[in-house]
Unconditional design. Sequence first.
Length: 360
Amino acid sequence: MAESTGEKTEAPTQRKLEDAISKGQIPHSDEVQTVFVLMGAFAAMTFAGREIWQQLVVSTTFSLGHLHDTPINSDSLQAYSITGLMVVMKITAPFVVATALSGLLAGAIQNRFNTAPEVLAPDWNRINPVEGFGRLFSGRMVVPTLVGLVKFAFVLAITASEIQRLLNDPIFTSAVSGARLAEFLGETTLRVLLRISLGLILIAAADYAYQFWRNQRDLMMTKQELKDEMKNSEGSQLIKNARRRRRAVSKAKALAEVPKADVIVTNPTRIAIALRYDRKAMRAPKIVAKGIRLNAKKIREIAEQHQIPIVENKPLAQMLFKHGRVGGEIPAEFYAAVAEILAWVYRVNRYRYFSEQNQV
């Protein structure tokens, strides 16, 4: 019945999971991002709060204490603006850096430190207002909206109780110094943030669990989809096996031609090129076999068994391997270099090559 109605009842295959990751379809919770950013701001306040407060107090005291003798003109206004901007940057820099790094870390952890090229590609539908309104009022936005309302109500409840306790504090009915008031406000703010953070952690955990369940549900497959993917996988495997067999046959044929080669040009161990030249039947020397790493080692072993000269010439071996093909003539630009090697080989093994040419 499930198969006929197309109901998704099958767990996603490994291939579909990999495709989903490449497309950026992975569990992602904005609440987790919010918690990390808040924790970053909290850490910045904890480690740099005292220095930030001192900087703010010094700047404010200096500004208010010199209002009576501060000249006002175009040059001074420009200098005041630059000085004020530098103070603001010093005060906000710890928060900006901490929250930015926390947000990036939260995204990387949720993405499992994977990048999704398809998500990074430009998509104009993301800035299409019609598509935006469609996503805004879609059924998938119901749960995020409810989560937002619950979060707001939760934060409001915690904040209301803390504000009530704050307003009833005796500090507002007695004379205290500015430093004591600042200390009191700082402690109260930290307590509020701590309560809010604990609540948001619980909300983020619940939201991420929901996002994970929804993502797994969306990736579920019908029985027909599972069958189609299995067929495609089997077809791909058959094609790969056929290609592998063709390469094995080609390799075997090439190695069978190595005993007929006149010389082996090597890199010396990484690349091996087997060359043959018959003046009566060939216009130019031909590459009868070439290999890299293990194949090169095999070519050298066959050459040693048949007493074929092995010549080390790194640049020529690299160029022949890159530009030459097995069974084809060497490129014309390498005629001179190959001719020099063959001339040396013929001089050293004059009797062998003379007898071979006469037999042919």
